[in-house]
Design a protein. Structure first.
Length: 244
């Protein structure tokens, strides 16, 4: 069995906030009209992330997995960290006053996926470095639900959000109109500390559901698998897609 058995792929080119465009390969799995865009975390798209895509497929979702950085089929913390530092045009890891430029590409991808699936909208899952984007994207009409799993940006600023004041306002309005987002972490996670959830509470109140699970791991849905967190994700998306 090959690593990507059951997946197809296509290249998607879209804009960056502030100008310019980038192209990334997107891996697709599943059928139907309940699409989820799954954004990878730092170590790369390893077997655990591919397994998450398979689990979502088995639960009845059509999964779109952009390959943004790092290896495919394995993980590499050191190599990916170096590569991310070389991708400063795309990811602004330390910014506390705006989301990274990649958010515009993510928004365009969500709209493209909605059209491909002829669906009312798409769900998103962001993890670690991409976690915060699931909240930001709730401002877009194409997104019906977003899960921020162990969001970690901005780096070294646990009490801050990786969003501008305007992005926070737009996301809050989007969630007020169509329903809340979901943010999750492990109780003893130092990369995504309790202060991050407090920042979401201050910015969004009841518009972001906050869940904390017992344990000291980090990657709830991949490397440090938490069955209860995955169950919560499925329950959340069943509600978000209930009108379809």
């Amino acid at each position: 069995m090959t690593t990507l058995e059951g997946f197809t792929s296509f290249d998607f080119e879209g804009p960056l906030a502030g100008g310019g465009e980038v192209r990334f390969r997107v891996y697709e799995r599943g059928t139907g009209r309940r699409p989820i865009v799954l954004f990878q975390e730092l170590p790369g798209i390893g077997p655990e992330t591919l397994d998450l895509a398979r689990r979502l497929d088995e639960a009845g979702y059509r999964v779109f997995l952009p390959h943004l950085f790092g290896p495919l089929g394995k993980t590499s913390f050191v190599g990916n960290t170096v590569r991310l530092l070389c991708m400063r045009r795309v990811f602004h890891l330390f910014a506390t006053d705006a989301a990274s430029p990649i958010v515009a590409w993510m928004r365009a991808l969500c709209r493209d996926v909605r059209a491909r699936c002829e669906s009312r909208g798409v769900g998103t899952i962001g993890m670690c470095l991409t976690g915060n984007f699931a909240i930001t994207l709730m401002a877009d009409d194409a997104v019906v639900g977003g899960v921020a799993s162990q969001p970690s940006l901005p780096v070294f600023h646990p009490k801050a959000l990786h969003m501008s004041a305007e992005e926070i306002r737009a996301a809050r309005e989007g969630m007020a109109a169509k329903g809340p987002a979901l943010a999750m972490r492990y109780e003893q996670d130092r990369i995504c500390p309790a202060a991050k959830m407090e920042a979401f509470a201050e910015a969004f109140g009841e518009h972001v559901i906050r869940e904390t699970f017992p344990g000291k791991g980090h990657s709830l849905l991949t490397l440090d698998w938490c069955e209860a967190a995955f169950t919560k994700v499925l329950e959340y998306f069943e509600q978000r897609f209930a009108a379809d």
